[in-house]
Design a protein around this ligand. Structure first.
Ligand code: GRF
Length: 201
């Protein structure tokens, strides 16, 4: 069934709790987009199960079939072209995308990151912030550019670390914030309330 709403592809490598938040958000009145496909580089990603449970096409797109990162990324571009995808949502996708993918989707690709960027880009952000004794951590939703977690910020929410809080407790609270602000940010971008402006310098 093809809809008129803009089509999203969600990329996820793991559990897919943010994907689930998007699936749930997309069922609320006025949500302006359709999740048309979920793509994972990992065969056993639970995100693929979540997609199937929601009757969304789930594609395991294995890097092993491709000789290079660029070849894989061109394969992804073609996969999305075949499905007329308008927006790419990175929800825990653990691969760095090369310019051959990023350029065609510049301004049309959004990521969620569990830190107050530009602090703690990359992996294990919550753990590193916690171990550094930060008084606050947070969540950033941002457009994706050719860097790692460097694109223009759409929204950030700070989360004060509570006295005596464990890493597990803090991690749970960070994820709760992600699940709330990620669908809202995507909605605002697709509705044109937030515009992509490229970082200068
Ligand atoms: C989230 O913390 C997200 O911010 C980061 O990867 C994690 C994915 O978790 N990019 P999930 O697969 O959505 O549960």
């Amino acid at each position: 069934m093809t809809e008129n709403r803009p089509a999203l592809a969600v990329f996820a490598s793991g559990n897919g709790s943010n994907l689930q938040a998007l699936i749930d958000g997309s069922k609320t009145a006025g949500w302006p987009a359709e999740i048309r496909v979920v793509v994972s580089d990992k065969k056993d990603a639970f995100a693929l199960e979540r997609a199937k449970n929601a009757n969304i096409e789930a594609v395991w797109f294995s890097p092993k079939q491709y000789a290079s990162r660029e070849a894989y990324d061109l394969g992804l571009v073609e996969l999305l072209r075949q499905r007329s995808i308008d927006w790419v949502i990175l929800a825990g996708f653990m691969r760095i995308l090369s310019p051959v993918f990023v350029r065609p989707y510049l301004g049309k690709m959004i990521n969620v990151h569990p830190a107050l960027l530009p602090k703690y880009p990359g992996t294990h952000s919550i753990e590193r912030a916690f171990q550094a004794g930060e008084k606050e951590v947070g969540v950033t939703v941002h457009f994706v550019d050719e860097g790692v977690d460097t694109g223009p910020i759409i929204v950030q929410e700070a989360i004060p670390v509570q006295p005596g809080e464990t890493l597990e407790q803090l991690t749970g609270r960070v994820h709760d914030v992600e699940h709330r602000i990620f669908p809202e940010a995507i909605r605002d971008v697709i509705l044109g309330r937030v515009k992509f402006v490229r970082n200068i310098g």
